[in-house]
Every structure is written in C-alpha cells, then in structure tokens.
Design a binder for this molecule. Structure first.
Ligand code: XMP
Length: 471
C-alpha cells in the first residue's frame, strides 16, 4: 500500500514544454504528498498557484523563517510559534503566490518557501541534503508522523540481501572482474562480491597516470595486507595520457577516461577468460550527476566515468551492489564489513583521478604540479589535525599564470587553487573555514616547493552552485 508520495526536484522550469508533470488526480489522492523544490512548484502550479522566474536565483545557504506546523514539529524554540533555520536552496523559479495554501515558511527571495494545502506539503529548499539544518527531522516528521511509515531498512539486512542478489545475478559458474581503485566504493563492492562468489572474483587495479603521489604502492600494499582476493595490476599510464592529449573539455576528458577504463577491463577479462561480469563501485550520486545520459528529465552535471563514461556497447554485464547508496551509507556498510581503517577514513578520490583537478588539457607538467601541491595540502591538514574533520582536500591547477617575483626577478608561474570542503554525501558541500595559519603554511610550501607556481588561491564556493571537483 502506498502511504505517501515525494515529488522531487528537477532542473526544469514548470513552464518549459515537456517538463515533468503529473495528473492533478495524483496530487489530489487521499495520501500525503511532499513536494521538494520543483515538486513543490508542481503542486502549487497544479493547484492554481503562481510560479514565476523570480528576481534572483537562490543557490546555497538561505535563512528560512517558518511557522510552527506538523512539518516543522519540534523545530521552534519551546513555546514559540515561529523559528528560523539555515536551509540549502537550488532554484531559479519561485512560487510567487499560492492562494488557499497555508504559507508556513519564506526566505528573503522566496515568498512561498514552505506550504501546506490539504494533504499536500511543499518546500522550496532541499531537506534531503546535509546542509539544511534539521532537514532530516523535517523528512522524519513527514514520513513517520504525518504518513505513519515505519523504519525497517538496516545495514545488516542490506548486506545479506546484496550478497544473495549477487549470487543469483552471477550464477553458479560466472566469474567477475572488479574495477578496484583502492577507494571505499570499489573496495566495498569487492568485499560484497567476494563474500558472494569467493575466488571467482578478480580485482583489477589500473594505474592510469592520474593517481596521487605514492598511491599505487599504498593501494597494492593495503590490498595485499588486508584482503584475501586476487588482484591484477595494469600499468596503463601511457594509453590514458595519450588519449587525453589535446583534450580540453571536462566532459570530453571524462569520456576518454571512461572508454580507456572499459578497454582495459575488457582486455583483462579476455586474458582471464570466461568472465561475463564487471563489478563497479557506482554509488547513487554518480548516477544522479551523470543522469542526462539516460534521462531527459535530469541534468547531466558531470559524467562520472563509471556511468556516463561507459560505451554504448559493453561486452560485460554490470554488477553494482551499492548503486542505490549515498557515500555515508557506503561507509556504514564498509564498517560492518570490517573495512581496514586506512580505506574507511580516507577522503573520496574521483574515478578520473587528477584529471578532475587539472583544468584544461591534462599535461605531464600540470599533473606534476597538481600531485605535488595536493600532497602538501593533505600533509598540512594532517599536521594541523584537520584532515579527519573535512570531506575532501586537494589542489587544482589550470592554464592561468600570474606574475611573481623570485630572487628579485620577475617570474611567470601557474596559479594553484586549494579546495577544502565539508560534506556528508557529496550532493552539497561548503568550503571549510580553515584557520589562516594552516592556509598560510600550505601556500608557503606550495610556492617554495612546487616548481613553477607563483600564486596560491583558496576556493570559497559552495556546492551548489559550484561542484566539489572543478572538472
Ligand atoms: P562533484 O565534483 O560532482 O563530485 O561535486 C561529487 C563527489 O564525487 C566525486 N567524483 C567522482 N567519483 N567518478 C567517481 O567515482 C567520477 O567520475 C567522479 N567525479 C567526481 C568527487 O570527488 C566528490 O567526492
């Protein structure tokens, strides 16, 4: 029995031909409906509200002034009838007017930021992201208090169900290769597949020339010391870097990398023989951000190499046991599987590696700068005790150069940008307000130790509107 419906956000405008829609009979169903962002606009528009372009888009943090109500139950100060909280916005259109609805929240730029009308609730902000204060409580109120749902999803049952699913997907004699990067997603995937089919799994670790300093040795050592699985190492530096030569567009680079990975996996599968399946550590945000590849109704933010970067014809069937999980949920699964701490506690690193952090063409020199500067950023965070408090931290380099003065002489060098963000599931993020002395140490070391750098800047954009990685 369906207990409720949540209508999610969309990059479309309600006024665009072909934008996602649903019949008013659905919106009038006798069950609670919560519209989020575009979903809220859809409810308002269907019920006669005015949705306009808005004077200003809102991206990132906004202050919501709200009224005590079922949706915001427990969120006002004791006895108070109204409250204020930080919410995360990402919209252009706004609900300008909604006669007949109880307006339970507004912000400076959005007159109708939360409403209730009969069984329908709507919020213009995103309660599902970590950066909305008390967003989880709002969803909790909707699901458990308003709709009477029960909480019955548990990590333990997820693991046992997934192992059974993999067994039946792969069958009794199928073999699987797993693209292993050493990160938490692919390592968790490998552990789940290994539990399901034992030594019919072979992990493939590829050096694509886009790895961090010392990463190859660390991954191989960690794997060999902690896992009882077969590992094949492939040195594919040359083919990846050759493929990337002259490619400047971020999406085009991702396509080259996705294609090269698949070529390597298919070749290794052929060498092993009798391999039908490729296991990948794809997680839910990879699918959302790559979505335009399969859906007209979502926007492709960037093609994650393991989703949007896949060729149309793939000779292997995909096994993606964690494809419905967010990163924080993957961490919980990994913990339950006794994942070694160095893997569990490391920062996420993107599949396209340093190519996601080198703006424009990927050259050996820019890779060197990115690698050396990133190592300094990580080391200084560790020295100052910040590493474990942040989500990701790295250096970015592009083609911009700026004037410097070295030993009284003019010199032209690259600009390196430091990016340090906090996040919970990578769908939203904010820059970390690092102490100036930590930033100063990073900057000094980068200009002194990394040849060819004259300027260091700090990226202070949140996601949205920026993304975490620049490419
Ligand atoms: P963005 O840059 O889109 O990244 O805000 C969100 C998170 O995903 C990581 N990322 C990737 N991971 N393949 C991956 O496995 C990819 O192509 C990819 N691109 C970005 C990124 O590091 C951040 O944690």
């Amino acid at each position: 029995m369906i207990k409720c419906i949540i209508l999610s956000g969309s990059p479309c405008s309600i006024h665009e031909p072909g934008s996602p829609s649903c019949s008013s009979e659905i919106i009038d169903l006798d069950i609670p409906i919560l519209g989020i962002c575009y979903g809220a606009q859809l409810i308002a528009y269907t019920k006669g509200g005015v949705v306009g372009e808005g004077m200003k888009s809102e991206f990132g943090r906004a202050e919501l002034l709200f009224k005590d109500s079922e949706l915001f139950d427990g969120l006002t100060e004791r006895g108070s009838e109204s409250g204020m909280m930080n919410v995360w916005m990402s919209h252009g259109d706004v609900i300008e007017q909604f006669d007949g609805a109880d307006i339970i929240g507004h912000t400076m730029n959005t007159p109708v930021a939360a409403f209730r009308i009969a069984n329908n609730y709507g919020v213009q902000f995103h309660p599902e992201v970590h950066h909305t204060d008390k967003g989880e409580k709002i969803l909790w109120n909707f699901l458990y208090k308003i709709c009477g749902c029960e909480r019955n999803w548990a990590i333990e049952s997820f693991i046992t169900d997934k192992i059974e699913d993999i067994k039946s997907e792969v069958g009794d004699d199928g073999s699987v290769i797993c693209g292993l990067s050493g990160g938490i997603d692919s390592s968790t995937t490998a552990l789940l597949v290994n539990k399901a089919i034992g030594d019919r799994l072979t992990c493939i670790f590829v050096d694509n020339g886009l790895l961090r300093e010392g990463e190859k040795e660390t991954v191989i050592n960690t794997f060999e010391n902690n896992f009882n699985m077969k590992l094949v190492f492939v040195d594919a530096k040359e083919r990846f870097l050759n493929g990337l030569r002259g490619v400047t567009d971020a999406e085009a680079k991702r396509m080259v990398i996705g294609e090269q990975f698949i070529n390597v996996f298919e070749e290794e599968a052929n060498k092993l023989g009798n391999v039908d399946f490729l296991a990948q550590g794809t997680i839910y945000p990879d699918r959302i951000e790559s979505a335009g590849a399969s859906s007209q109704k979502s926007s492709r933010i960037k093609s994650h190499h393991n989703v949007g970067g896949l060729p149309e014809k793939l000779g292997l069937k995909l096994v993606e046991p964690i494809a419905d999980l967010y990163k924080d949920e993957v961490r919980e699964v990994a913990k339950e599987l006794d994942m070694p701490l160095p893997i569990l506690n490391q920062h996420p690193f993107p599949g396209p590696g340093l190519a996601a952090r080198v703006i424009g063409e990927v050259t050996e020199d820019k890779l060197r700068i990115c690698r050396e500067a990133s190592e300094i950023v990580e080391a200084e965070l560790k020295n100052s005790g910040w590493y474990d408090k942040v989500w990701q931290a790295f250096a970015i380099v592009g083609d911009d150069v700026a004037t410097g003065v070295l030993g009284d002489a003019r010199s032209l060098g690259r600009i390196v940008t430091i990016r340090v963000v906090e996040s919970k599931e990578a769908m939203t993020a904010d820059f970390v307000k690092l102490p100036y002395d930590v930033l100063e140490n990073m900057s000094k070391r980068i200009t002194n130790e990394v040849k060819g750098v004259t300027w260091v800047t700090y990226a202070i954009s949140s996601k949205p509107p920026a993304t975490i990685e620049p490419c």
